[in-house]
Every structure is written in C-alpha cells, then in structure tokens.
Design a binder for this molecule. Structure first.
Ligand SMILES: Cc1ncc(COP(=O)(O)O)c(C=O)c1O
Length: 415
C-alpha cells in the first residue's frame, strides 16, 4: 500500500479496513495482488447487487465501445439512453402500475438526493424537510443536512439548515409518527409546513434498521394529508436488495419522488435516477444541470441488468438466501450471548448483527478479512456488522462467508 500512503489523501476510508491491492473480481469474489481471494460481503456498499463483472453486461459494454457508441453526451438524447428509458418503463414501472418522469442527475446517490430536495421545495413552495435520526443520504451539503448520524456532519464549512429530525421506526421507544402528526397539527403557519419527508425503508448506514410496513404506510398517509412530498431514498435498499425491485413494494407505497443509484447500472458504473411524479416535475430546463448527467456506458449495462426483472427467479433467490443469512446470524447471536446482543436486523439481503461497540465490530471485520471475507460495519457507532453480499452469490460462497463470519466473531470475542 506504500504508494497510497505516500500520495493519496488522508480522506481515503475503506482501504484502511481492507489492506490489499485489489486487481480482479468476479461474482461475489475479489482477488488481491497478495494472491488471496476474498468473498465479498460488502458489494461496493450495495452497488454490486448483480455481482462483479456480469458476463452479459460486460459483453454489451465491449460491443458498444467497439461500435464507437456515444460515451459522453451531456444530457443529449442518445440511443443508449433511449433503450434504458424504454426498458425501465416496460420492465420496472409499467408492470408495477407506476407512472413517473425519469430525471438523470449527476451520477452519484448524493446528487439524486440534492435534486429530490430541490424538487420538493420547488413543487410545494416550502422549505423544511423532515428526516429521521441515523438516516444517511449522502455527503454533499444538502444531503448531509438531512442525514442524521453523528459521524456525518460537515467537517468544515457552512451547514444547510431547514431539517426537522424525528426518531425512526422504533427509535427512542416512542411512536415518532404521533409526534409528527402533533407537530403538524400545531404548526399554524402553512408556510412552515414541511416541503418533503425523506426516508429509507431500511436505514443502511444507520445500522440496518428496517421500518415496519405499517409504519411506512402511516408515514405516507401523514404526508398525503398535509401535502408533504414523500421522498423515498432507495439508493441502497433498492434494485432488489430486499427482494423486490423497490424496497417499498411490500408496503404498497407510491412515493412522490424516488432516488436510485448504486446498483442501478448493474455493474458498478456510476448512474443515478430520480423518479418524480409528473405533477411535481417542476424544475425548469437547466435548473439542475451538470456535465455528467446520464452515463451512456452505465445506460448500456443498466439496460442489460433489467433482464433480472423479467421473471421472478432473482426475487425467489433473495428470499431463500435471506433465510440462510438469518439462520446463520441468529446462530452466531445465540452462541455469543455475552458479547453479541441477540439483535439480528434488516430484511432481504441487507441484514446486520448488532454488537456492543464499534471497536468490537471493527475487530470482527479485521478477523474476517484475515480469513478472506470483506465485510463492513454500520450504525451510529459502527457497531453493526453489515451483511451485504451480491444477490447472485452462489450458495457455496454464501455458506463459506457465513462460516468465516462465525469464526471471526469467536476470534474477536477470544481476543
Ligand atoms: C441510502 C443512501 N442514500 C444516499 C447515499 C449516497 O450515495 P453516494 O455515495 O453514491 O453519493 C447512500 C450511500 O451509501 C445511501 O446509502
């Protein structure tokens, strides 16, 4: 790692916990220059739901480049974008009875959140945004302002105001939605009412905390009653991570604005998408401009990734593998009652194991890496072990990864 230590900024982060130089990857496996193979339980923080280097996506990309397809085109109409819009409309939106305009912001999740906040403010003429404690929505100033974790506030410079934070489902042992309703009932000036409410169905960075479907439905109803736009941040929990394409499908929600990024391109290329109901699509031409809006290479792979949603094979596989993960995490929790709070969290293939401290979770992650497993931590204090393998992981890799995790917890406890 010398050249990185010598020349790269101190801000680098993930490489510190996973000290190898990665040179190749396939499916759920990474290869290090050390010659070691690692099972990937991190999946680019939810960017590699379909695994590393899917053969069909790779082939489409290579063919597109060989044919001199447009690589950069600002937000001009291109054949690659046209194919994606048509495919997404026909494969994802229409079968679910959903109707949205597609807005392509800059290619990161945080840019999708920035534009979602702008849309909500412009469409309602109001300013305030309701968000939830320990939610995470990105690292640019607007997205940070609605992120509620202690580690996420700007290190320096101005802070954007206008956010009202409420406890998430189950947080503080209270009914936060009752608070929300009271707050709204006692707000006499309509201009002080919130423009939007931004929420994750599973707080991912916040520690793999899944909201109940009932809580999500109540939240949507409150938003509807008060003309507050519901912004669903599906950047980490979407694209099949919980089993369905959108994580809110089991709750039957129809959010006003949906943010997608991470796994949308299918292969890890940067691409973000904001879905907005036509009546709220109120930004004027150019009002959220940017050079890299709509990444044509990512459109090519994202269009190919839609094949996973033409039947229910992936959804069924997620249900089956999620049950395997659940059983394994519960067995680990039961085997270490003194160390691990028996708190297995999450749903689908975003699950976590709460531990007593960030230091303990980091120790487990280091033990896992030494045994050939890449696994990150999450939560307000980094205390939750985060199980986020590619959805297409083989049963063998999944079982081996879970065995390594069990051994790593035992090793960390013994240390
Ligand atoms: C729910 C959620 N929203 C937004 C973001 C920000 O996405 P990006 O890192 O691509 O800016 C993340 C990243 O982890 C996330 O998990």
């Amino acid at each position: 790692m010398n050249i990185f230590d010598q020349y790269e900024s101190e801000v680098r982060f993930y490489c510190r916990g996973f000290p190898d130089v990665f040179v190749a990857a396939k499916g759920a496996r990474l290869r290090g220059r050390s010659g070691r193979d690692y099972i990937d339980f991190f999946a680019g923080a939810g960017t590699l739901n379909y695994g590393h280097n899917d053969e069909a996506m790779k082939a489409r990309l290579i063919a597109y480049l060989s044919d001199d397809g447009i690589v950069h085109g600002l937000d001009m109409a291109t054949g690659a974008k046209e194919a994606f819009i048509r495919g997404f409309q026909d494969t994802i939106l229409a079968p679910r009875g959903l109707s949205y305009r597609m807005l392509f912001p800059g290619p990161t999740g945080t840019n999708a959140v920035e534009v979602a906040l702008k849309l909500a403010r412009k469409a309602t003429g109001r300013q305030r945004i309701v968000s939830f404690v320990n939610g995470f929505h990105g690292m640019t100033l607007g997205a940070l302002a609605v992120s509620g974790g202690p580690l996420r506030q700007p290190a320096a410079g101005p802070q954007v105001g206008g956010t009202v934070f409420l406890p998430y489902d189950g947080g503080s042992g209270c009914d936060s939605l009752e608070w929300f309703e009271r707050m709204l009932a006692e707000t006499s000036d309509p201009a002080q009412s919130p423009a939007g409410c931004i929420v994750e169905t599973v707080q991912a960075e916040g520690g793999i905390v899944a909201a109940s479907m009932d809580w999500l439905r109540r939240l949507e109803q409150i938003c509807r009653r008060h003309g507050i736009l519901l912004i669903l941040d599906d950047i980490q929990a979407g694209c099949g991570r919980t089993g369905t394409f959108f994580s809110f499908e089991p709750a039957g929600l129809v959010p006003d604005i949906i943010c997608l990024a991470k796994s949308l391109s299918g292969i890890g290329l940067p691409l973000a998408l904001v879905l907005v109901k036509a009546e709220h699509d109120r930004l004027a031409p150019g009002e959220h401009n940017g050079t890299f809006r709509g990444n044509n290479l990512a459109f090519v792979t994202a269009t190919e990734a839609l094949r996973f949603w033409r039947d229910d094979a992936l959804e069924r596989a997620v249900v089956r593998k999620a049950a395997t993960i659940r059983r394994a995490l519960e067995a680990i929790a039961a085997a270490h009652p003194d160390t691990i709070c028996p708190a297995v969290r999450g749903r689908g293939m975003i699950q976590g194991l709460a531990t007593p401290s960030g230091a303990f979770a980091r120790r487990v992650s280091a033990e896992a890496f030494a045994r050939g497993l890449v696994m990150e931590t999450a939560g307000p204090h980094g205390e939750v072990l985060k199980c986020l393998c590619p959805l297409v992981i083989t049963d063998e890799d999944l079982d081996q990864g879970l065995r390594i995790l069990a051994a790593s917890v035992a090793a960390a406890e013994a240390a």
